[in-house]
Write a protein that binds this ligand. Structure first.
Ligand SMILES: Cc1cc2nc3c(=O)[nH]c(=O)nc-3n(C[C@H](O)[C@H](O)[C@H](O)COP(=O)(O)OP(=O)(O)OC[C@H]3O[C@@H](n4cnc5c(N)ncnc54)[C@H](O)[C@@H]3O)c2cc1C
Length: 476
């Protein structure tokens, strides 16, 4: 037990001090902690890689990093995996391959997260569902609603499962998850540049796993075409990965750091993206490598903060237009907004001419496709269309984040209102209850399931209570 220790998330934009923190080593220990803290408010952390207040806790905190076993078994000719909640995704990938030559059905851009943390915020990559969608069993430590005793409940069907797949910690302490895993596979990748979004989206048919970047200040698209490959990895992949690491993961980020933290000149930023960045990208070089080597990047190397908004496929084109407009407006590259955007911002109380020239965006804007999730509140939860996530990284130091935070708020609320965009639960998330209610069609069902599991709201923090459980008319 640790008392009064201050904790900070990866981005250092969120900190909190739980009254008491535990690192249980077994499920029995989790139950015993619940037993001795009846009546307390309890939260769980994974690896604190969320930029939102999702993990914040003032009372009793469980860090479940020691619940990290990975077990695979053959069932009906397929491989089933049971993964301890605190197991980091990177550790799960290694163990799955070692034990049974299998891998996860989806991964995000990094693998530092715990598996429970990743699913609890709807973590996703490109061209698949989010990881949450694939979870077929969740075991949760909670209080029995009749006896009040701590118990472990197994959730594997119906609305309960859809809620548990992405629950922001609201159902209780996840102790393990179960899912069908797939044989390890290879991915082929190459870069290409496009002028028109329609051509980028059309290419998904040939390259279903692709992701692309809208390059600020050039406003063209650089696409990482990706698809599963029948061939196995080739030696070129090792050279490609070394190039990618040195030039993109390290070189690009060092330049962005200099531009964001030291130099902070609009002209230099624009010039870098317009003229120099394209020289660093090798186009049309096709390589094939193991799935996780190709799909994962090293975004955790340099500390930063992020926002990410999700729109349906039919709204992507217009949403990217407004993204370009707002990025240019905050930079001062344009001084006036289109009448539609300005009118909506005015209606939302967001139109403020002093925002012009307060924030220069300095990072490629990453766009990824996520197939519809069968969940209640993951960002890609949908009964029909694919979603596209649009993400913005900022490398300014904590003291210079004001411009980015204001940009995040204006962008998120404007695209939520215009395009029903949903911000990522695990990234900076400037939402209010009425916006959440308007963009999540299954919120009422999520509340019903959560309240059935946790009628006294012991597993909620103020942030989830405010966003998910307060009726908008009662917002302060
Ligand atoms: C550099 C970087 C890159 C990223 N890239 C991506 C990406 O490519 N795609 C993407 O979708 N996201 C991405 N993210 C976001 C990240 O995947 C999510 O924020 C994820 O939730 C972090 O996992 P974590 O283990 O750190 O969880 P935490 O941040 O510690 O917790 C997240 C939430 O899960 C809950 N939780 C954690 N464990 C449990 C448990 N055992 N039981 C109940 N609730 C629990 C917490 O209470 C909290 O609400 C990135 C984040 C960073 C910092």
């Amino acid at each position: 037990m640790i008392s009064g220790q201050a904790l900070q998330n990866f981005g250092r934009n969120v900190s909190f001090r739980p009254r008491t923190m535990y690192q249980p080593k077994s499920e029995a220990e989790v139950l015993s902690i619940l037993d001795s803290h009846r009546g307390s408010r309890i939260r769980v952390i994974g690896r604190l890689h969320s930029y939102s207040e999702a993990a914040c806790c003032e009372d009793v905190l469980l860090d479940v990093r020691h619940l990290n076993t990975v077990r695979t078994e053959q069932r009906d000719g397929r491989v089933w995996a049971t993964i301890g909640a605190g197991c980091q995704v990177k550790h799960a990938l290694v163990e799955l391959e070692r034990q049974a030559g299998v891998t996860l059905p989806a991964v995000g851009l990094i693998t530092e997260q715990s598996i429970a943390g990743a699913i609890s915020t709807g973590t996703h990559g490109s061209g698949r569902h989010s990881l949450s969608h694939y979870i077929a069993e969740v075991r949760v430590a909670t209080y029995d609603t009749e006896s009040g005793e701590p118990v472990i409940r197994t959730i594997n069907a119906g609305s309960e499962l859809k809620a548990a797949r992405c629950s922001l910690g609201c159902l209780g302490v996840i102790v393990s998850v179960g899912l069908w895993v797939r044989p390890q596979y290879c991915v082929e990748e190459h870069f290409r540049r496009y002028e028109a979004l329609a051509d980028v989206v059309a290419a998904e048919e040939m390259f279903p796993l692709q992701q692309f970047f809208l390059i600020p200040w050039r406003w063209d698209f650089w696409v990482q075409h990706r698809r599963e490959a029948a061939t196995s990895g080739n030696w070129q992949a090792m050279i490609y990965q070394a190039y990618f690491f040195a030039v993109m993961e390290v070189g690009l980020h060092l330049i962005v750091l200099v531009l964001s933290k030291l130099f902070r000149s609009r002209w230099a930023t624009h010039t870098f993206f317009r003229r120099l960045l394209p020289l660093t990208v090798i186009r049309h070089w096709k390589v094939v490598g193991k799935s996780q080597d190709m799909l994962v990047m090293e975004h955790e190397l340099f500390r930063h903060v992020e926002i990410e908004v999700f729109v349906k496929r039919s709204k992507l084109d217009n949403a990217l237009r407004v993204v370009k407009e707002l990025v240019s407006y905050f930079d001062g590259d344009i001084k006036t907004l289109s009448s539609v955007t300005a009118a909506r911002m005015e209606q939302l109380g967001l139109l403020d001419p002093t925002d012009v020239a307060t924030y220069t965006h300095c990072y490629p804007i990453c766009v990824r496709r996520i197939l519809p999730d069968d969940t209640l509140i993951s960002m890609a939860s949908s009964d029909d269309e694919d979603s596209y996530s649009i993400s913005f990284n900022c490398y300014a130091g904590p003291s210079n984040l004001r411009g980015f935070n204001r940009f995040s708020e204006v962008l998120t609320r404007t695209v939520a209102s215009l395009f029903e965009a949903r911000p990522h639960w695990g990234k900076i998330c400037p939402m209010d209850a009425s916006t959440v209610k308007s963009v999540y069609l299954h919120l009422t069902e999520f509340r019903r399931v959560s309240t059935e599991f946790d009628p006294d709201a012991r597993f909620r923090n103020d942030w989830v209570s405010r966003l998910l459980f307060v009726e908008p008319s009662k917002e302060a």
